[in-house]
Design a protein around this ligand. Sequence first.
Ligand code: HEM
Length: 265
Amino acid sequence: MPGDLDYKGYLKLDQLLQLQQPLADPPSHDETLFIVVHQVFELWFRLLLHEIDKIFALLDDGDVIESERLMRRLTSIVRLFIPKLSVLETMLPSDFIQFRDRLKPASGFQSVQFREIEFASGLKDRRYFGMFKGDAEATARLERRFAEPAMWDHFVGLLKRQGYNVEGEESQRRSIVSIYNREGDHALRILCEAMIEYDEMFSLWREHHVRMAQRMIGSKPGTGQATVESTYGKPSAMGSMGVDYLTQTLTKKFFPILWAARTEM
Ligand code: HEM
């Protein structure tokens, strides 16, 4: 009965708090920190995907105001990622090394939800499928995100229905610039700002993550090394692993046309 539901039952805390199970032998104090921080990230990733799907529906309905409000929610979540990494940065490299070997080849690189967020936000890259070969559920999730329209497609669809010319990237960029004109659509302008802010915040997280990785492991290979190699083919094609790989991701942008339009404003 609903009346019987208490805090613990509603949040399924008994199950949730059973899920932190360190592997290091002998035990390593900071492994619990490492597990909790990663699990918390995955929960936030789950929420991001939930919000992204809602934004897609709102954009398709032409609801600019609500899309903008939830877009700002995405940014608020991603903004939280940055100080959360600082919690992990209280760990010493020498403490991390005590349990790091047990992680191989597990790495945030293998986070399906992270890749779903990238795909849904516009960064679709088939090379990332390689590492999920043995995982049918993960592959199906990624296939769905890969096939579905991404954030930019939903946004461009909304512009088209409002009469903007969006045939090709050149027209899209010009339409964005016109939205920023004094007589342009105010609500759309605010939505564009919310989108670029989400994109910017994500880049800032990438930046902090690579610095943190460097601080923790220097130029050692990442724990996802084997999968990076099988995903990207020869390391020489994509640079070396670990921090070098992460550095290459720093130029990624969800909405390159929004960024390109800034030059013309
Ligand atoms: C001690 C802390 C951490 C270190 C040293 C670290 C290191 C790395 C390295 C070296 C990579 C590149 C792939 C590889 O070589 O394995 C990577 C990828 C990644 N890590 Fe971390 N990481 C840490 C914490 C975290 C946390 C807390 C998260 C949150 C979920 C995270 C999420 C990711 C993601 C999503 C990727 C893939 C990035 C991309 O492909 O653009 N990492 N990490």
